[in-house]
Design a protein around this ligand. Structure first.
Ligand SMILES: [Zn+2]
Length: 392
């Protein structure tokens, strides 16, 4: 039987509205928290579970940002939680930007427009981007995705936040893969800013989540997804704590060693043809690991005494340089908007992420010379970053 399918879609021009609030800090550096506010339909999970957590973070900081009051920002405020832990008296040394994005579902339009308009400022000043698209889609597994640099900050914060699930809480250790499913794509893959997306994700034991349908509803949430809204509360606490620690601690508690480990794992599973010489990349990764360990060790030593301004600068600038240093300004050859050589969305993997995307893309072409060129390009990137972070 021959079926004639027609996709009858009306294309219209319309305005999108990003709502941006800022909590001032003493320095020009910033941490950005983001969640989108446009849903496909009912949107109780996606994005309202994230929007309600963001509103709680904003409320808790006492910020009178316009989040939640704009005519065009319509989070369905069916959730009201109270933060029961203190996000506290962290003196904010850097600014926190809280962003409620529009147009995520149509192709990450709101974030992409804002971040590209502000790219120079963000590349100079942005320490990290923390996204929460969905606080929970019904599951119990805290399964963040994002840059391995942020792993330590996240785990340390997760230890402080009371579990909404008692003993059953689980943190997914495979968290440092990057997918393209949400608003951190432009910051991580285009601008080289360490980014993460936090969520309590569902596993096979959990209620089926009616993704992007009209059944993504308050009824489903209250009956199956998060009865009592405890996971919403925990996410607001975790999000606020991660962001405000990043914005207030003098020395960034990031983990270069985890980054190096993740790249080594990526290398081990690369599966390049035998004719491709990847030995120099392997040596480059070993040197990067060594310098990453030195940097983390030096940073750990600073936590035992009062660091000087020069020491704080030496450590923080090197951590930030890791992500920026992996940018290849010409971009990946088959999709030049993506510029990051360490992590990227897969070319054909949908929401899946890959390590060394230039090499992964080249593999699809099955041409040894092209793959070798991608390996060499990636090796140069690893060497560049290693020199950036080398301590005197
Ligand atoms: Zn979403």
């Amino acid at each position: 039987m021959l079926v004639d399918l027609v996709n009858d879609t009306e294309y219209i021009d319309m305005k999108l509205y990003n709502v941006i609030g800022t909590i001032k800090g003493a320095l020009s550096e910033c941490v950005v928290l983001g969640n989108h506010h446009d849903p496909w339909s009912a949107g109780c999970v996606d994005p309202d579970t994230g929007s309600s957590a963001m509103n709680e973070v904003v409320n808790r900081k006492g910020s009178r940002s316009r989040l939640g009051t704009s005519q065009n920002h319509v989070p369905q405020n069916h959730v009201r939680t109270q933060l029961c832990i203190s996000i506290d008296v962290y003196p904010l040394t850097v600014r926190s930007i809280l962003a409620s994005w529009d147009g995520e579902e149509y192709g990450l339009l709101g974030t992409t427009a804002w971040a590209t308009q502000n790219s120079d400022h963000l590349k100079r000043n942005c320490i990290a981007y923390i996204n929460v698209d969905e606080s929970t889609n019904g599951g119990d597994i805290l399964g963040p995705v994002g840059s391995p640099l942020l792993a330590e900050t996240l785990y340390e914060a997760a230890k402080v936040v009371p579990s909404p699930l008692g003993e059953e809480a689980e943190v997914d250790n495979g968290w440092c893969l990057l997918d393209i499913g949400s608003d951190f794509t432009v910051s991580q893959h285009h601008l080289g800013i360490s980014s993460t997306d936090l969520a309590f994700n569902a596993g096979p034991r959990h209620a089926v989540y009616q993704y992007h349908t009209k059944y993504d509803s308050t009824l489903w949430m209250e009956r199956f997804g998060d009865p009592g809204y405890q996971k919403h509360k925990a996410m607001a606490q975790l999000w606020g704590l991660v962001a405000f620690r990043l914005a207030s601690n003098a020395v960034l508690a990031l983990s270069a060693t985890k980054y190096a480990q993740r790249l080594a794992e990526g290398f081990a599973s690369m599966n390049a043809p035998a004719a491709v010489d990847a030995s120099e990349l392997q040596r480059a990764l070993a040197r990067f690991h060594e310098q990453a360990s030195h940097l983390d060790g030096f940073r750990a030593g600073l936590s035992e005494r009062e660091p000087t301004d020069e020491e704080v600068w030496a450590v923080n600038s090197r951590y930030v340089a890791i992500e920026r240093g992996f940018l290849h300004f010409a971009g990946l050859s088959q999709r030049p908007w993506y510029k990051h050589l360490a992590f990227g969305p897969g070319l054909w993997e949908g929401y899946g992420g890959v390590v060394f995307p230039a090499i992964a893309d080249a593999m699809f072409l099955k041409d040894v010379a092209v793959i070798q060129a991608a390996v060499d390009l990636t090796t140069a990137g690893v060497n560049r970053v290693t020199e950036f972070i080398r301590l005197p």
